[in-house]
Design a protein around this ligand. Sequence first.
Ligand SMILES: Nc1nc2c(ncn2[C@@H]2O[C@H](COP(=O)(O)OP(=O)(O)OP(=O)(O)O)[C@@H](O)[C@H]2O)c(=O)[nH]1
Ligand SMILES: [Mg+2]
Length: 477
Amino acid sequence: MSQEIPQQRKLKIRIAGVGSAGVEMLKEINASGRSDATLVAIDTDLSTLTQSGIKHILPCGGEITNNLGCGGDPNVAKEAAVANLQSLKAVVNNADFIVILSALGGGTGSVIAPILSKLAFESGIKFIVNFCILPLEMEGSERVSLAQKAFKYLHKRSNIAVSLPNDIIMSSRNKTLKEAFGEANKCVANAVCSMLDMISGNGIINTDFPTLKKIFPEHGENSFFAYGCGFGENAAEDAVIDLKKCPLLSGNSPAAKNLLINIVCGESMEMNKTRLLLESVKDCFKASAKTGFGIKVNPDYDSKIEITAIGTLQNPGEILSVCKKTSEIPACPKNPEHIVSNEKNTDNSAESTVDSPQSGIKSPQRRLSTRIPEESPSESQEPTASEPPETMQAPQPAPRPVTEDEEPPKKRRGFFVFGKKKGDLKQEQPVATQSEFKFVEKSQQRGFFEDTPPNMRNGEDLDVPTFMRRNIKINVS
Ligand SMILES: Nc1nc2c(ncn2[C@@H]2O[C@H](COP(=O)(O)OP(=O)(O)OP(=O)(O)O)[C@@H](O)[C@H]2O)c(=O)[nH]1
Ligand SMILES: [Mg+2]
């Protein structure tokens, strides 16, 4: 009797490029023709999206930015994110693995990439990876500081968050700005592709998805990623040298706490050579505890050897200028967020998978058609999010009740934090609930003056507090 062999479920992998540079990186990946991941381009600048050639686009600007981008303003980007919250949720919905690509320092990438990480984190996505490009120091402290804050925020919601400072690319090579940017974009695209190759599960020794999760179970660890390649007779040695020079390491070979190494080589690669190669990569990162490795043979590689290493840092202060800088920024408040759904945009709020035709993410033609005032009925009948928005609020001390003509206190909100609508604040001030304060007995009140005669006036003992003499009750919490 023949038994039906159960089909292995395909991993749902999404790669989102956020902001102009994020979309540029996504274009590099798109050019490599991957079919195992769904690519989604997200920007407030419509032209970036329509010219990207990416099948799934999510324009977030609309009237807020006149489809022109945020001009570096994080407040505008936040407004755009709030207006498109349901569509952003649809990007992460039901995914197993999400990679978010962005350059931080501008408006869109700095705000929407952290928000997407947060939505992915809250929706329980099994593995979240962020690759972030950091602005040049010369672009000014405002951009650099915004980038640091954004990195710190999204890092806490990622299994792996790697930063690549543009300064490293600029300083290491004598290139034009465009060439250097292009090189950084390629570097990130290569890193993403080799990471996906690593988990595709058809190697001699696999570093599959469960292995990746086991090695990087935590969120918010400081991570690094490196990629190296060698050819010909000394391919192995050259690949290690190239790996150490990888710009994603920002010029360091840090000590790794957890490390995952993947080698892709030709069919003629000897076992002994492979073992030595693995040893030298482990030595390079002084790896001790959890190390996983994978080997994949690619018949097209001949004498080419490719090494990919992903790790978390033993000493978080050791690598990456951003890690050092972000440690100076005050920590993010715990559970500060309160997401509100955006009623204005229920028309594009499908909470379905990207792959489904009802997705909230539209192909350029479909999505653009929703910008036309006379919206077709079929567009507005798309399914809405099935679950109510989740709330995460830190416990607050009971505030003083607000009187009718008094302005409620202004809540401080970061760019990555959603709050309630302004109008809701007044109504929702909770009424202070207090319990009665119990004072000690009258006889025990006089303490130090116990043996002196009481200080009487009009029949009242003035040494006894007025509220006790007159039986006024005081409520305290
Ligand atoms: N590596 C690389 N960096 C870029 C590229 N374009 C811009 N940058 C850098 O990334 C930072 C953010 O720029 P953008 O991605 O254009 O900003 P954005 O996210 O689109 O934000 P807004 O345009 O303000 O909405 C800049 O400060 C630059 O340092 C690029 O193609 N490659
Ligand atoms: Mg832009």
